[in-house]
Design a protein. Structure first.
Length: 365
């Protein structure tokens, strides 16, 4: 299993080989290899490969080729190259303090090794609105040797001006069947690959983590049982929310184990080779981000299961089904979709789930 940051000597060929299911985007990136453009915006759902593609593109910009075996590529694809800075939000949003220190400040620095610097800003959609002007100024007035790659799940209204200054590339969610096929090619049993793909919701890296997650079936069953346990009371909504969040927290253990292995590998490289530009803080910050995202992805996957159940209940409705029940199923799908969107705005997950469960109808057997 390869995590997003697990890049070793077994990789050969092009750095873009690590980007799965985005052939159209990769074709565009190849055409942009020698482009004078300095600002790029990658837009697509969480887990679609934006960060991997950004690291690959950064590697190409630094070394002038797609060679995946080089030292530059190895470090860039791990997120550890001294001339590639990755801005990872520290709180609920990307603050103006972070923008000034990690984007504006870094953009004015000279490269250490490659004659060029690349800054990758993840989760731009969570940029605090009052920090927009600081990023816009940097994008509009770049240093000639700096490239900025912005990653966003979507483009809120306050980011439209920034978008207009960038070369935009749109990523699509990875098809479930492609996730299944990729996992099977990596030795995963077909039945497990299908279950994992359903929970991963188009996120291949998360799917690889879930392969070793023995609590997956329990969490799928828990979310699937929610519509039939609902009774419209706050007590039941709270009980369901508490159960789900506790199980999700236990599901973070595979991520924590993968993170521990990465720290061990970092320490070994520091002891044997020395490692420039890959401080522990950068890696631990990324780990914190990955855990936040993993928790959100767990909820999104569960909501996806519930939405499918309500859609199936509507599809299976007969002439004897009351009109108010059918209307309730339609409204449930819409409310689940709204809750899914709200997760990207760093809402309180417990309150979000409780409110959602209070609003959803019971599915009758």
């Amino acid at each position: 299993m390869r995590c997003a940051n697990d890049w070793g000597s077994d990789v050969s060929g092009s750095v873009y080989d690590a980007v799965i299911g985005q052939d159209r985007v990769i074709g565009t990136l190849r055409a942009l290899a020698t482009s004078p453009a300095h600002a790029y915006l990658f837009v697509g759902p969480s887990g679609c490969g934006k960060l991997t593609a950004a690291r690959a593109f950064a590697s190409v910009k630094l070394q002038g080729s797609e060679d995946a075996d080089s030292r530059v590529a190895t470090l860039a694809m791990r997120g550890e190259h001294v001339d590639v800075h990755e801005l990872v939000r520290e709180g609920a949003s990307i603050s103006i303090k972070q923008v000034r220190e990690e984007l504006v400040g870094v953009a004015g620095m000279s490269s250490v090794e490659s004659g060029r610097r690349v800054t990758i800003v993840d989760e731009l959609h969570l940029l605090a609105p009052f920090a927009t002007a600081a990023i816009l100024k940097t994008v509009e007035e770049p240093d000639a040797q700096n490239v900025i790659i912005l990653l966003a799940d979507d483009v809120p209204a306050h980011l439209i001006t920034i978008e207009s200054r960038c070369v935009r590339l749109d990523f699509s969610a990875i098809d479930d069947q492609l996730v299944v096929d990729t996992l099977i090619s990596e030795g995963v049993m077909p039945a497990l690959a299908e279950s994992v793909a359903e929970m991963a919701a188009g996120d291949l890296e998360r799917a690889r983590i879930l392969v070793d997650d023995h609590g997956l079936a329990e969490r799928m069953a828990m979310f699937a049982a929610v519509p039939r346990r609902l009774d419209g009371t706050a007590a039941t909504a709270l009980e369901l929310t508490t159960e789900i969040l506790e199980v999700i927290e236990s599901a973070m253990e595979p991520y924590k184990r993968a993170h521990a292995k990465e720290i061990e590998a970092l320490e070994e490289r520091e002891r044997t080779l020395g490692l420039r530009g890959a401080g522990r803080k950068r890696i631990t910050d990324r780990h914190s981000q990955e855990l936040r995202r993993a928790r959100t992805d767990e909820i999104r996957s569960g909501l996806r299961i519930m939405s499918r159940l309500y859609a199936n209940a509507l599809r299976d409705a007969t002439e004897k089904t009351a009109h108010h029940q059918m209307d309730g199923y339609v409204q449930a799908v819409g409310r689940i979709r709204e809750a899914n969107l709200s997760l990207g705005r760093n809402v309180n997950e417990s309150l979000l789930l409780q409110s959602l469960f209070m609003s959803l109808p019971h599915i009758h057997d």
